[in-house]
Design a protein around this ligand. Structure first.
Ligand SMILES: [Cu+2]
Length: 462
């Protein structure tokens, strides 16, 4: 009799010849997706019923049911991801995109995941947060040999507890996560769970950061903290889709953090509760109201609220540098500096030098300065009232009384009732502030004059 153990060993050996023999080896055909739009929720065609999630600018991986086991096929491979309009990255991901597709199963499901490696180096998949046999934990070298290029491995375990989890490599992890290899895993509860509410909308996304020099396409993998693209599901505003809900819906948003720093996620217009972590559902007695929740590295936070206020409500990371796109940080503050006559003198040496920043950085949002190829503007996006001056980890929750149940399409901008929008009033015009007088300082301590073009990555000074 062939034991399951023998079966696994046999499959790994057969599949070492590559995914082209998938049919021969009995593997499910890998499903590939190459667009960055938000896919409609995948209604489960078989197995236990559940309310599916919507992966922001992503999708759920279809499975094959075989002898009562849900079989998935992940393909680790180089991908192209449009991070924002005008900015496409060469990343590594799964099944055509970064992040990889969301895997959705139900508590108690037996799950088998084939992983084919089409990367130029070995990899593995760690199922972050899952209870599983040690040998299925995906730590290369520790619990399994690494999956070499061209090989297919199989993982199999029972989804033992409901919650929001993640998957990512545990082999050359620093490189592979900096290149975009990650995905979400949702285990829905079977039946009613005392700590899990029924919701009408259920969204999920992963926080990821990239350092892509203006004019280039591949992330700098050695960057530790000074990233220039802060993304949700490898998209940056204005590339992140809006979260469109019906007024009165109970809304759940699941956020996982696989960046190198924490992100305080802030919601406008509503209070929410953290109803779950990667440790599972939070008992109701242990919850408290918040409008911002900090998500540390390697954590997941699941927030819930009733969307009872109609409007276009911002949701964003509260670190203001994380709602910017490509920018240099080593730029002097010029607020209050009197530039009068300076630009024309500098222009004799540098013809395209522009005076910027003397009144703040809002000019950056309005300016149409030519940018290097493949560069998302630092501050961008236009709303019904003008420039948003945002980038990075920013989107909008659109709450509408007439959004149909199950309809996730964008209803357009909110039309506020007359008399409910902040507006200019007739008042004596305030005088413009004069430039601050320069403090007297010894001539020897005067700072050297350095000229930079705004928006350039540091290290590209001229
Ligand atoms: Cu942040």
């Amino acid at each position: 009799m062939i034991s399951r153990r023998h079966l696994f060993a046999g499959m790994a050996a057969v599949s070492a010849t590559g995914v082209a023999r998938a049919a021969l080896a009995g593997l499910p055909e890998p499903v590939i997706r190459t667009t960055a739009g938000t896919a409609a929720p995948l209604l489960p065609p078989d197995g236990r019923p559940y309310q599916p999630v919507v992966t922001l600018n992503g999708w759920t991986l279809p499975w094959r049911m075989r002898n009562g086991i849900k079989e998935f096929h992940l393909v680790a491979e180089p991908v192209q991801r449009e991070i924002a309009p005008d900015c496409t990255a060469r990343l590594w991901g799964y099944n055509g995109q970064s992040p990889g597709p969301t895997i959705e199963v139900v508590e108690g499901d037996r799950v088998r995941i084939y992983v084919t490696n089409r990367l130029p180096e070995h990899t593995s998949v760690h199922w972050h947060g899952q209870r599983l046999p040690n040998g299925m934990d995906g730590v290369s070298g520790l619990t399994q040999p690494a999956i070499k290029p061209g090989e297919t491995f199989v993982y199999e375990f029972e989804a033992r507890r409901p919650g929001t989890f993640m998957y990512h490599p545990h082999a050359d992890e620093m490189t592979q996560m900096a290149m975009g290899m990650m995905g979400m895993w949702i285990t829905h509860p079977k039946g009613r769970h005392p700590h899990i509410a029924t919701v009408q909308r259920d969204f999920c996304f992963l926080l990821a950061s990239y350092d892509i020099d203006p004019g280039s396409y591949t992330p700098r993998i050695m960057t530790m903290t000074d990233f220039n693209l802060w993304t949700w599901n490898s998209r940056a505003f204005p590339g992140i889709d809006t979260l469109n809900v019906r007024q009165g819906d109970r809304v759940r948003i699941r956020v996982g953090n696989l960046t190198m720093t924490n992100h305080p996620i802030h919601l406008h217009g509503h209070e929410f509760q953290v109803t779950g972590t990667d440790g599972g559902p939070v008992p109701p007695s242990a919850r408290w109201p918040e409008v911002t929740t900090d998500i540390a590295v390697g954590q997941m936070r699941q927030i819930e609220f009733v969307a009872d206020e109609p409007g276009d409500w911002a949701i964003h990371c509260h670190k203001s540098h994380h709602t910017m796109n490509a920018m240099g940080h080593n730029v002097d503050t010029l607020i209050g500096v009197d530039h009068q006559g300076l630009a024309s003198r500098i222009n004799r040496i540098i013809p395209d030098y522009m005076v910027m920043g003397d009144k703040g950085m809002a000019d950056m949002g309005a300016m149409a300065m030519p940018l290097p190829e493949n560069t998302a503007p630092m501050m961008t996006g236009t709303g019904p009232h003008g420039s948003l001056e945002m980038g990075g980890m920013f989107s909008v929750i659109k709450v509408r009384p007439d959004q149909r149940p199950g309809d996730y399409s964008d209803p357009g901008w909110y039309r506020a009732p007359a008399g409910t929008v902040a507006h200019r009033v007739a008042a004596p015009e305030a005088p413009a502030p004069a430039a601050a007088p320069a403090p007297s300082a010894p001539a020897s301590s005067a700072p050297p004059l350095r000229v930079r073009k705004p928006g350039m990555h540091e290290g590209h000074e001229h």
